[in-house]
Design a protein around this ligand. Structure first.
Ligand SMILES: [Zn+2]
Length: 288
């Protein structure tokens, strides 16, 4: 999956450090991230030294005096965020790539870094002011937290829990397609956890809401951080309980259909939890 990086994990412990010339800077413009495509089609993120040069040439606006903020460490390299809206970049080779397209990038480590940094960027952007008293927030020095200097409100990064659900019936798996979205490939059912419910209750409620089916024997499989939507996804398998007739919520889904284990129309892409769960079912290796 996307977060399974060949060189190990992303080090997300917070540090209060200043950027060095060779450090990577994630620059965001609206919903896009700045990337360079090399002649061999590989991709790179800009370095601090380059961004400083652009700042001299172009006017990039930052939210406050804290222009660069440390986000995490990946493959022996510190990553920073440009704290504001990135501007024009005249350097040939660089372009802004929409965060929705990042999963299609060849380089999994760049995709994961950019999606995770985007998650933090959105949180910083949306919390420049205290939601309780409207005073400008400041960065805490010891941990990744925004603090209100007026009322003491502490704001931590928001991560939304959501479930991915593989509904099975013996050797059949239920696949669906979303309604009204750019993503038109087969998917598993999914939904956000509501306040006051367990993850297992989310599974039961979402399956009933989206396809009108009862399920039992709910088994946890794996989780996946999915920064582009600010989520942590948790994958579950479950068994059909009773009638197999699908009653589609047409606001959410364009279709939902049972497919046999040996004829599933979706392959693992090495990126998403959904696709891995479909492959695991195909191989008969799902938790029983
Ligand atoms: Zn406040």
């Amino acid at each position: 999956m996307l977060q399974d990086l060949s060189f190990g994990r992303l080090y997300n412990e917070y540090k209060d450090v200043a950027p060095q010339d060779g450090d990577v800077v994630i620059c965001v413009q609206e919903s896009s991230v700045l990337l360079r495509r090399n002649p061999d089609d590989s991709l790179e993120l800009p370095r601090y030294k380059e961004v400083c040069r652009w700042l001299e040439e172009e006017k990039w606006s930052s939210w406050n005096e804290d222009k660069f903020h440390y986000v995490f460490r990946l493959q022996d390299c510190n990553y920073f965020l440009w704290m504001g809206a990135a501007g024009a970049c005249a350097d040939p080779g660089y372009h802004y790539e929409n965060t929705r397209q990042l999963r299609q990038l060849q380089s999994k480590d760049i995709c994961f870094a950019a999606m995770t940094a985007w998650h933090l960027y959105v949180w910083y952007r949306n919390n420049q002011f205290c939601g309780r008293c409207a005073t400008p927030t400041v960065h805490d020095k010891a941990e990744r937290m925004l603090r209100c200097p007026q009322c003491g409100n502490m704001i931590f990064p928001r991560i939304s829990p959501a479930v991915i659900i593989a509904v099975t019936d013996g050797d059949r798996l239920l696949l669906s397609k979303y309604a009204g979205r750019a993503y038109t490939r087969y998917a598993l059912l999914a939904g956000y956890t509501e306040i006051g419910e367990t993850l297992e209750q989310t599974v039961q409620r979402e399956v009933m809401e989206e396809v009108g089916l009862r399920v039992k024997n709910i088994r946890y499989y794996k989780s996946q951080p999915w920064g582009v939507d600010g989520n942590v996804l948790m994958g579950f398998y479950c068994d059909l309980d009773g009638d197999d007739t699908v009653h589609l919520d047409q606001n959410e889904l364009a279709m939902a259909q049972w497919f046999p284990r040996n004829d599933l129309p979706a392959k693992d892409d090495g990126i998403s939890l959904t696709r891995e769960m479909i492959r695991i079912f195909e191989e008969g290796k799902e938790p029983k």
